[in-house]
Write a protein that binds this ligand. Structure first.
Ligand SMILES: Nc1ncnc2c1ncn2[C@@H]1O[C@H](COP(=O)(O)OP(=O)(O)OP(=O)(O)O)[C@@H](O)[C@H]1O
Ligand SMILES: [Mg+2]
Length: 233
């Protein structure tokens, strides 16, 4: 199995505050990987480093065999990494359609605006509405659709079901299941262990900026109580 992303000894922080203390990750192509950990443990900081939004102070990030440790965000996007950021960050003064097209990168047989509307019919009904007029769930679908429109090889979702109504969560989990069937590589950060357990192939647990547990789906199932201790659920 080939790794799409490899991270070795990643260290990063904000000013003098160190947050990541030497993280190793490998994200296998075609698999769903999950990064878990309690609040403030460094999950989003790890994602920011992967996306080139925060410069690591040490370590190596390789994406699709290219050295990307100090690469700017546009190069990471070109290498095929798409992000659904924590807090969604859609463009409030652009329409749904404009949001989807703003950062799109076309590929043959790839995601198009119409395909996104097929996947999320609610968005199709709202395509001329502005971002600020959408419900939280619609904004989240838009953030996912916008990331898909970059036709990523790896889709990273940072808390994509956080704070949403159960029916919207179900739609998003169903969508992630379909993306997995299409062999898209996915990195998930989410707190819903039952849903994660249905879809995830690999797990990494962060505690205070270090990976304290990693394992396969089978290892997660058999050691779940032990893993949950790290999460204090
Ligand atoms: N912009 C920032 N400036 C300074 N410190 C920050 C900044 N962003 C995050 N931190 C700190 O870095 C640490 C890790 O935060 P991070 O957002 O990576 O955690 P997380 O695991 O994503 O948490 P959550 O589950 O709450 O999203 C925390 O102590 C946080 O307070
Ligand atoms: Mg976070």
């Amino acid at each position: 199995m080939t790794s799409f992303v490899t991270v070795n000894g990643l260290r990063a922080g904000y000013g003098h505050a160190e947050v990541l203390f030497g993280i190793d990750l490998d994200i296998t192509a075609g698999q769903v990987s999950t990064l878990m950990g309690r609040n403030g443990m460094g999950k989003t900081t790890t994602v920011r480093c992967l996306m080139g939004l925060l410069k690591p102070t040490a370590g190596r990030i390789t994406i699709g065999h290219q050295e990307m440790s100090a690469a700017p965000p546009y190069r990471i996007a070109q290498a095929g990494v798409g992000l659904v950021p924590e807090g969604r960050h859609i463009f409030p003064s652009l329409s749904v359609s404009e949001n989807l097209r703003a950062t799109a990168r076309r590929t043959p047989d790839g995601w198009t605006e119409d395909k996104v509307y097929e996947a999320f019919p609610r968005l199709g009904h709202r395509k001329r509405n502005f971002g600020f007029q959408l419900s939280g769930g619609e904004q989240q679908m838009l953030a996912i659709g916008r990331a898909l429109m970059t036709n990523p090889k790896l889709l990273i979702l940072d808390e994509a079901t956080e704070g949403l109504a159960p029916i919207i969560r179900e739609e998003i989990w169903a969508m992630l299941g379909r993306l997995k069937e299409d062999n898209l590589s996915i990195l998930l950060i989410d707190k819903n262990l039952d849903e994660l357990a249905r879809i995830s192939d690999r797990y990494f647990v962060l505690e205070k900026g270090e990976i304290v547990w990693k394992g396969t789906a089978a290892e997660f199932d058999s050691q779940r109580a032990h893993v949950e201790n790290f999460l204090h659920l």
